[in-house]
Design a protein around this ligand. Structure first.
Ligand code: SF4
Ligand code: SF4
Length: 323
């Protein structure tokens, strides 16, 4: 698979990477050997870039897959992880956990996870400082920000200490935010380019609009893969067949108009993105969504959900995905 350099970092990644979130405890909760087999298949097909996060609880899957894989020298995986930590100690603990559970001395990339604008970034300045210190101490190689917000992406371009940006972008503009409202695709495209010109490595998430646009697989990937300034594209994978689809797309051998079978996909709420507004609960005709007892996020009951997607359309922060 084609390799690219991430901005001014010395990190080389494959042009397409695997988002590990959907196999993990917060989504499909696959048994570890089963989830590790999906990662292994991606490795066999040449994928060497993996996105995870502290709260995804996927380190065990990755450690198992990587430990058993016969990497040749200089051909190992590049791991990008991130944390929702808001303070210095929380971020230090998140980096330590990643190093310990992934059995690595240095995490390739570690991000401040889902920054929601400049005020949020300022509130998390301790966590950001911790990332800078971890890089200084050689515990992580590159640091940056992940976000759905155009204003945060614009901010990232101006942060001299940031190496990378992991931004939400897709052909439908689904889920792009600015401040408390919607952001536009055009503005996020411009912010990606600005980051690229500032020397940041830039990679994209939710290029299939959280699975909601999986029926337009080729079109959605064509858009993302052709975006000026974007180095790499992450795609959440849930099965070996999906890894094979991605590899075929990357090799240019996927038939035009190919659409994966999404009949078995289910609606999930990404806990770290949910702002607990309750709109989806009101919108759901099947009464399949409830607020978690903590009051911090909503949850879907798969046995009640009929897959209509009304909840996803009404979610102000686009925290609802189909995987
Ligand atoms: S997809 Fe439809 S039935 Fe399922 S949780 Fe959303 S609104 Fe409810
Ligand atoms: S509509 Fe979105 S943000 Fe609001 S509770 Fe539902 S998932 Fe969370």
């Amino acid at each position: 698979m084609e390799q690219v350099k991430l901005g001014k970092t010395k990190i080389e990644v494959t042009r397409f990477g695997m988002g590990v979130l959907p196999i993990g405890a917060s989504h499909l909760n696959l048994p570890v050997p089963e989830g590790a087999a999906v990662i292994r298949r991606a490795l066999e097909l040449g994928v060497r870039f993996f996105d995870t996060a502290e709260y995804y609880r996927t380190y065990d899957y990755m450690a198992q897959a990587f430990a058993a894989y016969p990497f040749s020298d200089g051909n190992g995986p590049v791991i990008s992880s991130k944390s929702l930590a808001r303070d210095y100690a929380g971020m230090r603990a998140a980096v330590e956990e990643a190093r310990r559970k992934l059995h690595v001395d240095k995490v390739d990339i570690f991000l401040l996870h889902e920054v929601r604008g400049e005020a949020d970034f300022r509130d998390r300045s301790g966590a950001w400082r911790a990332l800078g210190d971890c890089r200084e101490e050689g515990l992580v190689q590159a640091i940056g920000i992940s976000t759905h917000h155009v204003d945060t992406a614009e901010l990232n371009a101006k942060l001299p200490e940031s190496d990378v940006l992991f931004a939400l972008i897709n052909k439908d503009g689904h889920g792009i935010r600015r401040g408390d409202g919607r952001g536009t695709r055009a503005d996020m495209e411009a912010a990606i380019l600005t980051n690229h010109e500032a020397g940041k490595g830039v990679y994209a998430m939710k290029v299939l609009a959280g699975g909601l646009a999986a029926g337009r697989y080729g079109q959605m990937l064509d858009y993302a893969a052709g975006l000026p300034g974007l180095d790499a594209v992450m795609l959440g994978l849930t099965s070996e067949a999906e890894a094979e689809d991605l590899a075929a797309y990357a090799a240019g051998t996927l038939p035009k108009g190919y659409a994966p079978d999404v009949a078995k996909k289910q609606i999930h709420i990404v806990q770290g993105d949910c702002e607990a507004c309750g709109s989806c609960i009101v919108l759901c005709p099947a009464r399949a969504i409830k607020m978690h007892a903590s009051g911090d996020f909503a949850q879907v009951s798969p046995e009640l959900c009929v897959g209509c997607g009304y909840c996803a359309i009404g979610c102000p922060v686009r925290a609802i995905v189909r995987i």
